[in-house]
Design a protein around this ligand. Sequence first.
Ligand code: GDP
Length: 444
Amino acid sequence: MFDSISDKFSGIMRSLAGKSKITEKNVQEAVEEIKMALLDADVNLRVVRRFINGTMEEATGEKVLKAVDPGQQFVKIVYDRMVALLGDEENQKLLLKGPDTTSVILMMGLQGSGKTTTAAKLALRLKKEGRRVMLVAADLVRPAAILQLQVLGEAVGVPVFSLEGEKNPAKVAKAALAQAKKDQRDVLIVDTSGRMHLDETLMDEIQKVRDAISPDETLFVADAMTGQNAVTIAKEFEQKVGISGVVLSKFDSDTRGGAALSLRSVVGKPIKFIGVGEKVEDLDPFYPYRIASRILGMGDIVSLVEKAQSVVDENAAIRMQEKMAKNTFDLQDYLDQLNSMDKMGSIDQLLEMIPGAKGQVSEDDVNTEEIRREKAIILSMTYAERSNYHIMGPTRRKRVAKGSGTTVSDVNRLLKKFEKMRLTMKKLAKNKKYQAEMLKQMGM
Ligand code: GDP
């Protein structure tokens, strides 16, 4: 799922993310590419339009174009909109009553959508959470449905209620609820019948089942492989029966993902779970943030952007750029840098979030112990020394080593490293692009 759209998005994002200056035209081009990628993925046209217009409006504002890191700001805007498109984390949970009453979950969907399998997957999931679950075979249309649910029920260790010979699903559901209460089962999952197509009989039947048992959750199972059709059908179910959430089955399949991206927005109901395989364990909660990162093809780089934005004051960044340009960057500035990196959490944690950084950057490059030492050394220096390290003769070096609990060779190493850094900055001072790169390397 999402392979192709993710490839495209990661290309678009990468082309802008590193830029230290972007124009309205850059944004326009990127937005146009995003539009094509969404349409190619079979996302609902109206959803695409809304997404594009909103992004364009937000991304061409002064705040973005004049920012120090406009590329990153753009990535963040697209990411936030993608998350909003997919839903918000708060609404993902099932709304069930406490364990002392019986909650009812009604499963709906077209035949073959994965309804019966999902009912069993959900039963297993809730059972693992400590719930006492009962499954109900109220799909009386498909001949093998009852048997299928019995087999699945056995596999997940959950009893299956059925009424031999009964043709009315609402009656079965009602009897099942009474039984569940008697047996102190606290969750009842009702599998209803599906048809090949939407029809009045199907809707009628489900409405009757719904009225007989007043479900706490009515979950619509949509087959991700059916694309836009799944969106249309979900809308129909929402209008006729009412749905509280969507389960997107066959998320593991190689589809373009348009349905997943349109469902929430068109139907207005949260996607609560995704089916990720044929086995009974293959049901995952749907996490909009994770999926959005995956679509953007950027690992968790967006959390990194957010973190960076929350701690880095833009004026400080501009001042830093000026200092680099004038080559007046001193050890105090370096210390400020180290401290701002600290606020962002451990370096190891940061690396975890950068796709591809693991393995590329060796342990030595981000030696936290070394950073701690460097900070101690700079803190032991006077302000005069920090602003002009050239005055650091052997006596001063010895004093600083002692004061910081390090050795003279630690002090020498830091000063050498700093000197090298300044040289690089001098060389790159006139090259804005590398400057931005450098700032990024330093955790700005
Ligand atoms: P129902 O007619 O809606 O009850 O559909 P079923 O539960 O019988 O599922 C139809 C087919 O889809 C079965 O072969 C399932 O194994 C398969 N299926 C269901 N959910 C998933 C899923 O998340 N991933 C994959 N790969 N297959 C699934």
